[in-house]
Each structure stands twice: as structure tokens, then as C-alpha cells.
Design a protein around this ligand. Structure first.
Ligand code: FMN
Length: 228
């Protein structure tokens, strides 16, 4: 490694984004667009099971070998299914295979700001709470916790079993932010994308990343119904 590449590696401190196999791939797309719009670097880990939810919810077959093409189609798509709704710049995204346990994010010495798991399946919640590290996504989450970095877990399941609730408490006690993917309606949503962006915005709030994904509460009751 040259001195120059070593310096550029030191400067790049990405957010690791883990997409697990829960329903809610539009939440992940919105978080990814929000991070990129804020000028953040992203390291992306897409679990094997999430290939099924991405296929089911978008029609896109997400392939490791063609991840740039597939990611661009995914992030360009609106939550209502319309293609080319967004024009994201994915130039600062690095993709890691979910089975690649030698990948950068599997080590605490790899520079990262933290990790956002969006959406988080209950299997993922259990795996991270127990420290299973069954794939790169779960290993990166365990590393994030042990390094005392920010971990946001956007759980998507309903209803929740007692064991998942206990695992969510364990994650909270370990320092993670457990954030149910549940939109609020006070921001005056009129489209499905607004509801998706509300959840994504709360994920970015928890990470401390600035964004304009939803309109914040300003202390005015009845404001939602008067917003267009
Ligand atoms: C279409 C589809 C939707 C799913 N939705 C959810 C969900 O909303 N929440 C959940 O916890 N699991 C859901 N699952 C099940 C997970 O994909 C499954 O538990 C998987 O093992 C998760 O693995 P991962 O955490 O490694 O991605 C869904 C599966 C499929 C095929």
C-alpha cells in the first residue's frame, strides 16, 4: 500500500449500512440516499435473505457481481414503484458480500462511524443480541457494539414476540438505538414516500446525520392536516 492510498483510507470513515431480510427495503433505500446526499461514505452489506425482500418489493435481483447497476436501479426507484424518481450518486458506496467475513467491517480496526441496520429482521435482532456473527452483517454489528460506536437497529416486524422484545432490551442495554420502523403521521404525509422518509429520517437523526427527509414537529397542533 502506498503512503497516498494509506492516507485516503484513513480519511474515509463510512457508515456501514446493513440491509437484512425484513420487509421494508424502501426504508433502506431512503436511508442510503440520505447518507449520500449528506456527503457521507457508505459501506453496504446486503444479507442473503434481503435479496428475497428486494426482489419481492422492487422486482430487482440484487447481484454481488453487478451491485452498482442493481443498487442504482433500487435507489432510483420511488416507494410507489416508479423508476427514475431519484438520481442518487453512488460513487462513495463500497459493497461487501454478506458472506465475506474477511471484509473490512468485520474488524474493529477498520475505520467506520457506526452502523445502521435498515430494515432489521427479528433473526438479525436475535443474532446481534446474542453476538452470533453468522454473516458479515451480524459480525459488523457486533464489532460496532464492542468498539462503542453508534448502532441503529430499525426493527420491522409486527406483532413482536416476547423473545424479540427481550432481545431488543438487550440491544438497548448494549448501547444500540432500537428504532421500530413505525412512521408518525404528524409530519403531514400525503404519499407513501413521505411515510418511508419519516422513518429513514428518524434513523439519520439517531445517527446524527443532517437531512431534510421529513418536516419536524414545531409545536403546532393541527399542522399536519394543513400541510400540503
Ligand atoms: C418476502 C419476505 C418478507 C419478510 N419480512 C420479514 C419481516 O418483516 N420481519 C422479519 O423479521 N422477517 C421477515 N422475513 C423473514 C426473514 O427474511 C428471515 O427471518 C431471514 O432469516 C432473515 O435473515 P437475515 O437477518 O440474515 O437477513 C421475510 C421474509 C421474506 C421472504
Amino acid at each position: 500500500m502506498t503512503a497516498a492510498s494509506s492516507t485516503s483510507q484513513q480519511q474515509r470513515r463510512p457508515w456501514i449500512v446493513g440491509v437484512s431480510g425484513a420487509s421494508g427495503t424502501p426504508f433502506a433505500a431512503s436511508v442510503l440516499r440520505g447518507l449520500l446526499a449528506a456527503g457521507e461514505s457508505v459501506d453496504l452489506v446486503v444479507s442473503r435473505a434481503s435479496r428475497l425482500t428486494i426482489l419481492d418489493e422492487t422486482g430487482i435481483s440484487y447481484r454481488d457481481a453487478h451491485w452498482q447497476e442493481d443498487l442504482l436501479s433500487w435507489l432510483s426507484r420511488g416507494a410507489d414503484g416508479k423508476p427514475d424518481t431519484f438520481r442518487p450518486d453512488i460513487g462513495d458506496v463500497r459493497h461487501w458480500g454478506a458472506g465475506d467475513l474477511a471484509a473490512g467491517p468485520s474488524s474493529g480496526s477498520y475505520p467506520a462511524k457506526g452502523m445502521l441496520i435498515v430494515p432489521a429482521s427479528t433473526a438479525c435482532v436475535a443474532g446481534v443480541a446474542l453476538g452470533l456473527s453468522k454473516d458479515l452483517l451480524q459480525r459488523a454489528a457486533s464489532v460496532t457494539l464492542k468498539e462503542r460506536r453508534k448502532l441503529v437497529v430499525a426493527v420491522r416486524e409486527t406483532p413482536l414476540s416476547g423473545s424479540t422484545l427481550r432481545q431488543m432490551v438487550a440491544l438497548d442495554e448494549a448501547g444500540a438505538v432500537v428504532l421500530p420502523a413505525s412512521p408518525g403521521f404528524y409530519a403531514g404525509a400525503t404519499h407513501i414516500q413521505d411515510l418511508v422518509d419519516f422513518v429513514a429520517g428518524r434513523v439519520l437523526d439517531a445517527a446524527g446525520v443532517p437531512h431534510q427527509l421529513y418536516r419536524r414537529w414545531e409545536g403546532e397542533l393541527g399542522g399536519a392536516s394543513s400541510r400540503g
